[in-house]
Design a binder for this molecule. Sequence first.
Ligand SMILES: [Zn+2]
Length: 164
Amino acid sequence: MTENFQNHQIRDRIKIEYRYTMGGQSKFFIEIMKNKKLFGTKCAKCGKTWMPPRINCSDCYKPAEWVELKQTGTIQVSTIVWYTTSAFIKAIPYGIGFIKLDGAETALFQGIFSENLVPSKIKKGKRVKAVFNKEREGKMTDFFFVPEDEYENWISQPEFEGGV
Ligand SMILES: [Zn+2]
């Protein structure tokens, strides 16, 4: 190519429709969508309870069984998000963090919303509870966590509801 070459570009758009499967973890998403329940798995051998669920225990590689977990838990670590993708830009600022549900031994990475989002509301050790969207698709964005003392206010809003 010579130095005078100019690449001609045309802006266009590609639309792609596709499906993907949650595979062996499908039950986790179906229970959220249909029943507003949070299911983890418990190793049949060592008894470790995994949340997010693992089909086989990552410690001893034995099959794990589905167990329903409580919808309350404790924040292990968190931060406030100010920069995000287009899918979540209307929600900023919002919290995210690792939440250890009561009865689980591992932590789930999930959104943490608050009426008054300041670091002290979502810091390590704070108690949180799951709130579900009324319209659910079987995705991680179907639910989020809020500080326990805000739970009743959140589920009284028309677009949200409490779990079962
Ligand atoms: Zn195990």
